[in-house]
Design a protein around this ligand. Structure first.
Ligand code: PEP
Length: 250
């Protein structure tokens, strides 16, 4: 079954009010022809989600969070909940990006709680998994990814509200991309793991690749077996780059 592609931009700690022009420009650029083939998602910082959701509400452009709390409500200073994202009409939330795992010590147990909360609020979770360079050098890649999937996807996660992003840590923001045969090997492995967990219901889950995707390599990467989209950091920040990426799929 061929799946509709998902092209998602992760803005990280970037984006101010003036970047509303990005969304206005994207709204003008996107067309039925494009969104028939590709789901487009932008994940700005929390401060821009409300405005972006308002601007895109009658379009096919989706807006999502880059993270959210594992808690619903209460005394958790500085946190934003999945319920709050839903309240703004955000439809996706990234979970377990390697920067969250590294700088905020997020582990698979915590990510599992976050995913459960995200799905409870009818938002799609994009679970990021990825190996370090040392894992890859020691041929531990598949084992590491298998453990990340097993740990984060326990306790009745709903496969209908789930996407996976394979992001080798050493490829994020570095300009390095794995050999295409390595990307295919990993995506094939993830696809089989998901089938073990969810049987036929796994077929709906998209497996995105992330790590130094740009306008030059996106088409080749998204043509690989079991690659159903891309999670894009740096190249999603400028409208010119995003358009160059998207127009390849019209
Ligand atoms: C990311 O932030 O998820 C990412 C893949 O970044 P970049 O595209 O800049 O490597």
């Amino acid at each position: 079954m061929s799946k509709k592609l998902l092209i998602a931009g992760n803005w990280k700690l970037n984006g101010e009010k003036k970047d509303i022009s990005f969304i206005k420009n994207l709204l003008k650029f996107h067309s039925k022809k494009l969104t028939k083939k590709v789901d487009i998602l932008i994940c700005p910082p929390f401060t821009l989600i409300d405005k972006f959701c308002q601007l895109t509400q009658r379009s096919n452009i989706e807006i999502g969070g880059q993270d959210c709390s594992e808690n619903e409500t209460g005394a958790y200073t500085g946190e934003v909940s999945a319920n709050m994202l839903n309240d703004l009409n955000a439809t996706y939330c990234i979970v377990g990006h390697s920067e969250r795992r590294l700088y905020h010590n997020e582990n698979n147990n915590l990510l599992n709680k976050k995913i459960l909360n995200i799905q409870k609020n009818n938002i799609k979770a994009i679970l990021c998994i990825g190996e370090s360079l040392s894992d890859r050098k020691q041929s531990k890649t598949l084992r590491v990814l298998g453990n990340q999937l097993k740990g984060a996807l326990k306790n009745n996660i709903n496969p209908n509200l789930l996407e996976i992003a394979y992001e080798p840590i050493w490829a994020i923001g570095t300009g390095l991309v794995p050999e295409y045969s390595d990307i295919e090997e990993v995506h094939d492995y993830i696809s089989k793991k998901l089938e073990d967990f969810y049987g036929k219901r796994s077929k709906k889950i998209r497996i995105l690749y992330g790590g130094s995707v740009n306008a030059k390599n996106v088409f080749s990467i998204l043509s690989l077996n079991n690659v159903n989209g891309a999670l894009i950091g740096g190249a999603s920040l400028k409208i010119k780059d995003m358009k160059s990426i998207l127009k390849q799929f019209i």
